[in-house]
Design a protein around this ligand. Structure first.
Ligand code: NDP
Length: 327
């Protein structure tokens, strides 16, 4: 038997509880993992609170991320004792996920735990941090380079935003953080932001073509914010769009794209191919200061994950929850 968060949907509505499950109930897969740490991503918040259509079948163990040790494997790449990380691939949505002491899944979905990190640190990064790293890779691949001007990071105190600031600063960029939490200016500057702007400046509808300011941006907010960012991006700049914390709409015009050659770069972490994952984790291992991770992460036991998911959805949380599934 093992402990897990389980989401079920019946005629009575959505039920979410910490429960005990039998190993025989684990889904099919060629690798079984003793999970050490998981985490709470925005998507896990949507799944646990039922605020978004994340879960595709019930009952479901949520948790789109996990880090742990292989206990059984019939997959050629993995053997018992290997330390692994899982991000995405529909885990916690259509396949039982990481908010549990055990998981069984496809070995093809796993990457090795980078030597630089403990399982706890890898989960302090989680899909949010790995997506931040994918976004930095996307900006660099589009030719955005330090010295071209300011890079804007929105949703700055969130998981994606916090790690994006740290990675961009380490890569030599001048980073401007947009936040709704003015009181967190010191936190954002400690991560590497050079200045902080009120997110309200970006969330009210603006002109389709604005004064050029940003050499690039990593946006986890979407909606009017993303439209305003594109409208104020410099000639030839690029914007990595990876989130929808402010809404999934995109009330923009084509003007920045056709008159300034601005590039809008979509970033997806869930189905990203393995080489992109390995590169993103390598950047994190190289550039992310473990001390910065400590300021980003708040550790909670598995039993507190349900309450923490509701807080995450309020948008009041700073940084990331890391979940000790064995506590
Ligand atoms: P968090 O909840 O940790 O952070 C989101 C942050 O966005 C908040 O802390 C807040 O920051 C800001 N925010 C919240 N509500 C609003 C609002 N209504 N308007 C403007 N800003 C708001 O989430 P994550 O960082 O983990 O994820 C951010 C987004 O990225 C989510 O939409 C998530 O689904 C998406 N995502 C996408 C991935 C992909 O594969 N493309 C992977 C991972 C995440 P502040 O107070 O500082 O403004």
């Amino acid at each position: 038997m093992f402990s897990a968060i389980l989401i079920d949907k019946t005629d009575a509505g959505l039920q979410v509880a910490l429960t005990r499950l039998d190993e025989a109930q684990l889904p099919e897969g060629d690798v079984t993992i003793a999970v050490e740490f998981s985490t709470l991503n925005y998507k896990d918040g949507l799944a646990i609170t039922g605020k978004g259509p994340v879960v595709r079948k019930y009952p479901m163990v949520p948790g789109i991320d996990l880090a742990g040790t292989v206990t059984e494997s019939s997959h050629a790449d993995w053997k018992a004792g290997d330390r692994v990380v899982l991000n995405g691939w529909g885990v916690g949505e259509g396949h039982w996920g990481g908010l549990a002491q055990k998981a069984r899944l496809k070995g093809d979905w796993l990457v090795p735990l980078p030597h630089a990190f403990t399982p706890r640190q890898a989960m302090a990064i989680g899909t949010a941090g790995y997506t931040a790293s994918l976004s930095v890779e996307a900006l660099l691949a589009a030719g955005v380079a330090p010295g071209q001007g300011e890079i804007l990071v929105t949703g700055a105190t969130g998981g994606v935003g916090s790690v994006a600031i740290a990675l961009l600063a380490k890569a030599g960029f001048t980073v401007v953080a947009a936040t709704g939490k003015a009181a967190e200016e010191a936190y954002l500057k400690a991560l590497g932001a050079t200045s902080v702007v009120d997110r309200g400046e970006l969330s009210t509808p603006g002109k389709p073509f604005q004064k050029e300011r940003w050499a690039g941006a990593i946006d986890s907010v979407g909606s009017t914010t993303l439209a305003n960012i594109c409208a104020a991006t410099k000639y030839g700049g690029a914007v990595a769009a990876c989130g929808l914390a402010g809404g999934s709409d995109f009330p923009s015009s084509v003007m920045p794209f056709i008159l300034r050659g601005v590039r809008l770069l979509g970033v997806d972490s869930v189905m990203a191919p393995k080489p992109a994952r390995i590169a993103a984790w390598a950047r994190l291992a190289r550039d992310l200061d473990p001390a910065a991770l400590e300021t980003i992460a708040t550790e909670i036991p598995l039993g507190e994950a349900i309450a923490a998911a509701a807080k995450l959805m309020d948008g009041t949380v700073r940084g990331r929850f890391v979940v000790d599934v064995n506590r």
